[in-house]
Every structure is written in C-alpha cells, then in structure tokens.
Write a protein that binds this ligand. Structure first.
Ligand code: AMP
Ligand code: MN
Ligand code: MN
Length: 331
C-alpha cells in the first residue's frame, strides 16, 4: 500500500494535505513533515488546517505554510488526510474535499472509518507522525531538520511525552533517529510545555477547581466554560492537556473534560454546544463511549461533541460511572 500511495502522490499534479480541526501536535507535525517531504520530491503541495495553529506549535519550521483558507479546491487531484478518524474531522471543508477525485487516508485512530480510496491506517502506530515517518523512509528521502522536528513533536505530544499506553518501541526509535538528525529535545519541550501565558496558568487554577468526582470515585469531570476563557484571556487551545489532571486522580478510571464551545447557544437558550474529551486508565475503551455519542478516538483517549444543557450533560456522563465499578463508595 505504501508503494501505491507514493506512486499516486508522485503522479499527482496538485496535492492537498489536511489534518483535523483544532489540531494537536500530531495533526500539525504529520502535516508539516509530509508536506515538506513531498515538496522536496518536486510536488506542488498545499497544506491546510481550518483552525489557528496553537501558540505552542508556532515554532515548528515551515508552520506558516499551513493555510486556513481552502481556495479553489477543484484544482487538486489528490487529497491526503492526516490524523483524521473520519473525513468530517477536517471541519467545514469536508464537502469540498470529498469532491477531490483521490483521497488518501493516513491515520492511527481505532475508530477510523476507512474513508477514501487509499488507506494507510495503523491503529498500533503511536501517532500519525510515526506512519508519515515510515512513508518518508520508503520514499528514500533523507530526513532534514524541519521534517525531523515535526515528526518528533507529533510523537512527543501524542504519547504524552512517552507516558500514554500508545507509547511503543517505534516512539523511541524514531525519536532517537530524529535527535540524530539534530532535534534538541529540551528546545522542543521548552516550546511545547515550558512557555505558558499567565492566563493559561490561571485557567489551570479554575479548571482544577471545577473537578467533580462520581460517588464511586471511578469517574471525574472537569469543566472549562467560555466564561473561564474570557476571565483569564485564554483560547480553547489553552485547555489542551488539562484533562490529564482529572485522569491522574487515584481510583479514577475515566475522566471527562466538558468544553463549552464558542457561539454554542443551541435551539433553546439553555442548550449549548459542548466538546467532551474522554481519557481512561486503559481498563475502559473510551473510543466506544465516544462512538455512542457520534465521536471517536482511541482506547485511552477519545472525544465527541453534543448539544445539551450543562446539567443534563453532566448527568449523562455521571451515568457512565455506574458501569465502571470502583472501590471508594462515598455514600
Ligand atoms: P480530544 O477530544 O481532543 O481530547 O481528542 C481525543 C482523541 O479523540 C483524539 O485522538 C481525537 O482525534 C479523537 N476525537 C476527538 N473528538 C472526536 C470526534 N468528534 N470524532 C472522532 N474522533 C474524535
Ligand atoms: Mn490528533
Ligand atoms: Mn494522532
């Protein structure tokens, strides 16, 4: 499949590369690495993501090549979708992209829908950046510092700095190879984890304060409202990673972060739009829970979006805790 995809990409005259909206380090890293690689092969490429690139990833080489607008989508003969479990994950451009003649689906989500004509889906890969690394290897292309930094950042962030259950041998061997090319781990870590705005730290305070625990102690809920963002002068991206605090509480098997979305008022005033991030300790498959709500993800990390009132949504999430058991019964 890899050879066929390389053939398709090198035979295309205009290639669009895109990754999921509200991108994380893997969505941005895999997009940049493959974009730079194809360009070095002489391809005309356009890099697209509908969201602003979070501040912590703006240090990545060539990050300015990523466009927020998709002009004349009909000029592309091939679209490569990166880190998207479903085509709709790309956001508002989904229909324009669906009309592109050939779609290549490169991803590692357990819930990948196998959209597109070519699939390079490996649910055992620690990150889409791992798959992109292998693709670049089979192109016979020499790794440069820009690609290496992008791949290293994708793997570092998707494995939670080599702590999450998707951390595999490839995570270490590829990152070692990227360091050999010249990536400085301390520099990447300083950008990604060590340069937070004061507002982000204040948001952390509010988010920690919002944590609630189910009666049996197996489920935690953290809430980030629009008000918290405006009070601290922060952006939705500043909530990235906060859920890990709710997850690491003793006896918690599943953590949920309820994130109120922008302009989220629904049909009635009480109903709003929320994104829910789910994390598990590995004993519960949260991608199945997320799928039941129309979302998806991996065993230990998944998400979905809903329209609801906050109280109703919390009740729905608390109901999940009943199936989880747990040892500390509070009443
Ligand atoms: P997050 O909700 O951003 O914490 O994402 C956790 C994991 O679930 C990531 O791998 C996402 O790509 C995936 N995910 C989040 N929301 C959705 C959704 N609505 N549909 C499919 N996958 C999702
Ligand atoms: Mn992602
Ligand atoms: Mn990923």
């Amino acid at each position: 499949m890899m050879k066929k995809i390389i053939q398709q990409l090198t035979n295309s005259s205009r290639v669009l590369l895109a990754s999921h909206a509200n991108p994380d380090g893997d969505a941005i890293g895999s997009l940049l690495a493959l974009g730079i690689a194809l360009e070095r092969l002489g391809q005309a490429v356009t890099l697209y993501n509908e969201s602003a690139i979070p501040a912590v990833y703006r240090f990545l080489p060539s990050v300015d090549r990523i466009q927020k607008q998709l002009a004349d989508p009909e000029r592309f003969d091939t679209a490569v979708m990166l880190d998207c479990g479903g085509l709709d994950r790309v956001g508002s451009a989904v229909e324009a992209i669906a009309a592109i003649p050939t779609i290549v689906n490169i991803d590692h989500h357990a819930t990948n829908t196998r959209f597109g004509q070519y699939h390079l889906v490996d649910v055992d890969a620690c990150a889409t950046s791992e798959i992109v690394y292998r693709l670049i290897q089979s192109m016979g292309l020499e790794m440069n510092l820009a690609m290496a930094t992008a791949i290293y950042t994708g793997i570092l962030t998707d494995t939670g700095s080599f702590r999450f259950s998707n951390t595999n041998r490839a995570a270490f061997s590829i990152c070692e190879a990227m360091v050999a090319v010249g990536v400085k781990p301390s520099t990447v870590a300083q950008h990604v984890y060590g340069t937070y705005s004061l507002g982000r730290i204040k948001l952390l305070n509010l988010a920690l304060d919002s944590i609630e625990i189910s009666h049996n102690g197996s489920l935690s809920i953290m809430t980030v409202t629009r008000e918290m963002l405006s009070d601290t002068g922060t952006q939705p991206e500043d909530a990235d990673g906060l859920i890990n605090y709710a997850r690491r509480i003793q006896d918690v098997k599943v953590a949920a972060l309820i994130h109120e979305l922008e302009n989220g008022n629904g049909v009635s005033k009480r109903r709003k739009r929320f994104h829910v991030s789910l994390r598990s300790d590995g004993s519960v498959d949260v991608s199945r829970i997320a799928s039941n709500f129309g979302g998806g993800g991996h065993t230990a990390a998944a998400g979905f979006s809903v329209e609801s009132s906050l109280a109703e949504l919390k009740k729905t999430i608390y109901n999940l805790s009943e199936g989880l058991g747990g040892k500390c019964h509070l009443n």
